[in-house]
Design a protein around this ligand. Sequence first.
Ligand code: SF4
Length: 232
Amino acid sequence: MAKPTYEDWHEEDGFAIDNATKGALNVLKWAYDNYDDELIYACSFGVEGVVMLDLITKAKADAKVVFLDTGLHFQETYELIDKVKERYPDLKIELKKPELTVEEQGEKFGEKLWEVQPNRCCYYRKVVPLQAVLSGATAWLSGLRRSQGPSRANTNFVNLDENFQSVKICPLIHWSWEDIWDYVKEHNLPYNPLHDQGYPSIGCAPCTLPGDGRDGRWAGKGKTECGLHIKQ
Ligand code: SF4
């Protein structure tokens, strides 16, 4: 059976918005029914990520999950990944590394590329690896929420992703920050302890500071996205 394209979906009615998951579980069940193993979740292991993983396991226990392992993440993030693997042993979690190690990148492009050319650093360490992962997939999942900021305010459940020539499915678009944390507490989910230390959004250590919302990401660099969701 042919996989649905963005245009196919656009002609359908929307998804039912249930009270418990604001449509997320319906979207996930639809997505795995249609794409199955050709659907990949690119998980950052932030707090939205652990909610996504818990919901995903209700739709497909052995779903494919990819973490873009730049080699520059906080130790707490790697420890959280270990906890998630224990809790959901059937999930197929891949830590996808860039072609160059941090040291090799420093030798080729200069030390601390993230300080002088963060877009280029994100391109080599995140965008190119995700392109490689998605070359074998038809669709991918992301935990974007509309209330995260202007760059995400127009996200739909199903999006045409021109960056990666793919369908990007975002089940959490209607969730608020409070909804996320209510779900984490209700289901006793593991989460990154840095969230309790003033880091609402957690990415690579050199580019993440405490702050409100996504303010702490690339602070002072005039950059708000890594290039996975908006071309940089
Ligand atoms: Fe490099 Fe920072 Fe992007 Fe990580 S978030 S890939 S360190 S620029």
